[in-house]
Design a protein around this ligand. Sequence first.
Ligand code: ADP
Length: 461
Amino acid sequence: MKKSLRFQLSLSSALPVLLTVFLISLSAHFFIQRQFDQYITEQQAAHAASLADSVASQYDGGWNLDYLHGFGMYALSDGYIMKVYDAGGAAVWDAENHDMTLCHGVMDSILSRMRQQKPGTNVDLVDTSFDLTWDAGTAIGRVAIQYYTPNYAHESDFGFLRALDQLLIYAAIASLVIAVLIGLWMARRIARPITAATRAAREISMGHYDTRIPAHTGSTEMKTLTSAVNHMAAELESQEERKRRMTTDVAHELRTPIANISSYLEAMAEGVWEPTPERLTECHQEARRIAGIVGQLETLHRSEEHESAVHIASVPVRQVCESAAASFARALEEKNQQCDIAGEDFILQTDKDKLRQILNNLLSNAIKYSPEGTAITINLSHTEKKARIRVRDQGIGIPEAEQALIFERFYRTDSSRSRQSGGAGIGLAIVKALTEQLGGQITVESRENEGSAFTVSLPLQ
Ligand code: ADP
């Protein structure tokens, strides 16, 4: 059977209250009954003693039999069977001798009334006697008294106990109703954000990534759950957006070289153009451009998705920079540019190949976007925790408004678009993804027509 969280929460708060109220009411019922029986028993014992006192007080050197008879009958009507003996032990007045039937009748009616009105009560027959003295201690005899106890003399005694029981029942019902209402309210409060989170998760699973759970004032755990679901939705949304943009960007970037190749080949196939080595070389270059873009995309994908493993080793930074600069020797020479490495040398615990790829992309850009005869500097420095590698050029610079955008894939500034040498706009996206994979950050400072400086900060250990 499926049970809702609200039902389970309500039940789990109402059940303990029900059990507690039931146990308290039951023990209160028995406690009150016992205390009241005890109170009645004590009252009866005191009454028996006062009867004995009354008998002694009427003694005046001899027994007044009329008085004893009247007094004994009055005591009998209250359920006390009295026998008075003189100092010699002879019976002076005996209720049973006087009227045995009446005695039994009175006692039986007490017993049956108690059993009927208060079933389960342990009614005992008390047989007690008091020595009687007169005038400063002269023994004048003894009075024996028999009575049933506890004996509720008045109807209101039973009524009092019944009223207390009723009060307990009402209090129990009232607390149960309050517990159920509070339980329902609490359960609603707890279950509402969970229901909202479930609904949102279902919407998200159906591809509605813009779904968010509204912020609410719930428990800390609920706030954590809400922000986790919202974070997941935002992450999925941005992934979806990235995928969508990637598809259109890739299509856009590949369209031109593919269109060029196909128009060249078509013209050559139809005999409009001669397949000269120059035209075939151009086709080849376009094909290589496509292959280059695809290769860069693969690298970017692997580093963005953290698919390529990171191999940490002790890397002599200066040596890696020198070897990167050396690999660009020809390009530098063609543009009459110079690459200097300045600053201190140090060992960095990082992935050498990834660091090399970062340097390659930054150097390639520095060369591409700088005029002939300029200088490029790689500056190395470090603090206790961070290593800094700065690649500075004297190139065309990047407009301030575009500095934040150049790390996005396929983004190219207007000035670089107009240049033949420009790439597809993936290089810096790869640099950013790799730097982050190595636990670092990349920043740029640049002024138009003055130059740019890209700083890669990496953790030293
Ligand atoms: P691309 O392959 O086009 O160079 P990148 O992602 O490496 O792609 O760079 C993105 C854009 O950032 C470039 O098109 C260019 O506009 C700008 N850019 C990158 N490096 C520099 C630089 N050193 N100087 C000036 N502009 C740069």
